[in-house]
Design a protein around this ligand. Structure first.
Ligand code: ZN
Ligand code: ZN
Length: 95
């Protein structure tokens, strides 16, 4: 999410180290009738951005969510998942 962030290459694969994060948090599973544990709900972040989306201040988290959700919003209906920015923010304790 930030070109200034650096990570490192993983031994063996020699690919940049990244971490997976459920954009709709798994803790919100009970809100939905269908599973939210699918690949399109997982974003890959550098370790710093991953900590950021969990622990940053509300305004910073909201900005990250806006960017990430805009990239994924159209994919959720095919999984039977109805979600919008406000609902997503509520899952992150923003509103
Ligand atoms: Zn996470
Ligand atoms: Zn980053």
């Amino acid at each position: 999410m930030d070109d200034n962030h650096t990570t490192f290459l993983v031994e063996g694969s020699l690919k940049p180290y990244i971490e997976g994060h459920h954009l709709i948090p798994m803790a919100a599973q009970d809100y939905f009738e269908y599973t939210i544990d699918f690949a399109d709900n997982i974003v890959t972040l550098c370790p710093t951005c991953h900590r950021k989306i969990h622990y940053a201040t509300a305004d910073v988290k909201a900005e990250m969510l806006k960017t990430l959700f805009n990239q994924r919003a159209a994919l959720y209906p095919k999984y039977g998942i109805s979600v919008n920015t406000k609902l997503l923010e509520s899952f992150y304790g923003i509103i």
